[in-house]
Design a protein around this ligand. Structure first.
Ligand code: PLP
Length: 432
């Protein structure tokens, strides 16, 4: 025992090893040191020889200083909140890289004077939605709503249909969020039905605005009635429309999903939306509408606390002006092509002796968009034990379990990821 202890090389000496010194440049001293300390313990325990200490520490170190890992989304849910919703386009990724150093996010290089923060992103959004008098960008959809409620209705009333008091996920309820701003919510109508008269009777001197929330993650069917924005617009107070998913224009494949241009044309004074749902960009909250209202929001002290980061502004602008987003690519993916991709993958896997087949599948938009819309898709079907092995691999692959099989749905995966999926399944087969 004593002998072993004497054999353990000293930490400083190990850290000076050229290979570990190189990794320290990349990962920082703390991570490397803790891997060395763990390896020293393994020498002490007799699990490895002292000569293997550096190799052991190197093998235990992560590739990056960040613990987030890439995950291939084979769930068939296009916008998966647990996976960070919309994957960014190549253009948006490059924009993030470019903005990650010092950049002119709030500086006019021509004059040397301070410039409007993120003016490129703001201008791109305004150009795409000409019906908006002005636009503003905050951290997420919830922040957009909080800013509107605080600046336009704190201490006053917001009218909302009872059927639109929604929970957006992970226990967050819009009513609680809005009331946290000091505005009072006044419900009108019943769970399934609300009429223009319900709203009209409730409007009073204390009304800040009427809030119309898109039921983005559920559908109500049967004996139902709601009031479209174009009718609400006749009331004496502004209408704020939380459209959720952030489509700027009508989407041909999602006719029931609201969009900013139509809402504004129908008379909404202000539209709030998310940037990382169907818009296909980074997490952001969009505010579009009447110039006087947007200006009030932008100048409110709370706006500073919701200020959006330069990386987001860069990615958002590139999403708007750049090529089709991966999210849109997934929506438009041809089901015949998806089937051919699944067959090619299953064939290659069977060739390696793996129990793989091709199955028809149904994908969904998810992430608070287009509830009830099913997208025909195709999947590779594997034994259910693959679910865990793939999830814990590098890169991780997340499928879904259906009828005791692990399905890898291809709709949310760009075609250029198929070779990565193939390699991941082969690696998982080797590990199980
Ligand atoms: C998703 C959603 C929100 C919240 O937006 P985040 O960007 O997640 O903060 C609010 N309202 C509706 C209708 C939504 O669908």
């Amino acid at each position: 025992m004593l002998d072993r202890r004497r054999q353990v090389p000293r930490t400083d000496a190990v850290l000076a090893d050229s290979r570990l010194a190189a990794v320290t440049e990349r990962l920082g001293r703390d991570l490397v040191k803790s891997a060395v300390v763990d390896a020293q313990q393994r020498v002490r325990d007799g699990a490895i020889e002292p000569e293997a200490l550096v190799d052991e520490a190197l093998a235990a170190l992560p590739d990056e200083a960040c613990s987030l890992r890439p995950v291939l989304n084979a769930t068939g849910v296009l916008l998966h909140t647990n996976l960070g919703r919309a994957p960014l386009s190549e253009a948006a990724r490059e924009a993030i890289q470019l903005a990650s150093g010092t950049t002119d996010v709030e500086l006019d290089l021509a004059t040397g004077a301070r410039g409007r923060r993120g003016r490129g992103a703001v201008a791109a959004l305004a150009r795409l939605v000409p019906d908006a008098g002005d636009v503003h960008i905050v951290n997420n959809g919830a922040a957009a709503l909080v800013l509107a409620a605080t600046a336009l209705a704190a201490g006053r009333e917001i009218l909302i249909a009872r059927g639109e008091m929604v929970e957006i996920g992970d226990g967050f309820r819009l009513p609680d969020l809005i009331m946290s701003t000091g505005a009072r919510l006044r419900e009108v109508g019943t769970t399934n039905r609300v009429t223009l008269a319900d709203y009209a009777e409730a409007v009073g001197p204390d009304t800040g605005f009427v809030l119309k929330v898109h039921p983005s993650n559920f559908v109500v069917t049967g004996f139902t009635a709601s009031v479209p924005e174009r009718e609400l617009a006749g009331l004496a107070v502004p209408v704020v429309a939380d459209i959720g998913s952030g489509l700027l224009r009508p989407h041909p494949l999602l006719p029931d999903e609201p969009d900013a241009a139509t809402s504004l044309r129908d008379g909404a004074a202000l539209v709030t939306a998310s940037g990382d749902k169907l818009l296909g960009g980074p997490q952001a909250g969009l505010l579009l509408g009447r110039a006087d209202l947007v200006r009030t929001l932008r100048r409110h002290p709370l706006a500073r606390a919701l200020r959006v980061d330069k990386l987001t502004l860069a990615a958002f602008e590139a999403t708007l002006v750049g090529p089709r987003t991966p999210t849109d690519g997934a929506l438009y993916a041809d089901v015949g092509r998806l089937g051919a991709r699944a067959s090619a993958l299953a064939d290659a896997l069977r060739g390696k002796g793996i129990d793989a087949s091709t199955v028809d599948s149904e994908a969904a938009v998810g992430g608070g968009g287009a509830p009830g819309v099913r997208l025909a898709s195709a999947a590779v079907s594997l034994p259910s034990s693959y679910a865990e092995t793939l999830r814990t691999g590098h890169p991780a692959v997340l499928g879904r379990i259906e009828r005791e099989r692990c399905l890898l749905d291809l709709r949310a995966l760009p075609p250029d990821q198929d070779t990565v999926v193939l390699a991941a399944v082969l690696d998982a087969a080797g590990r199980s």
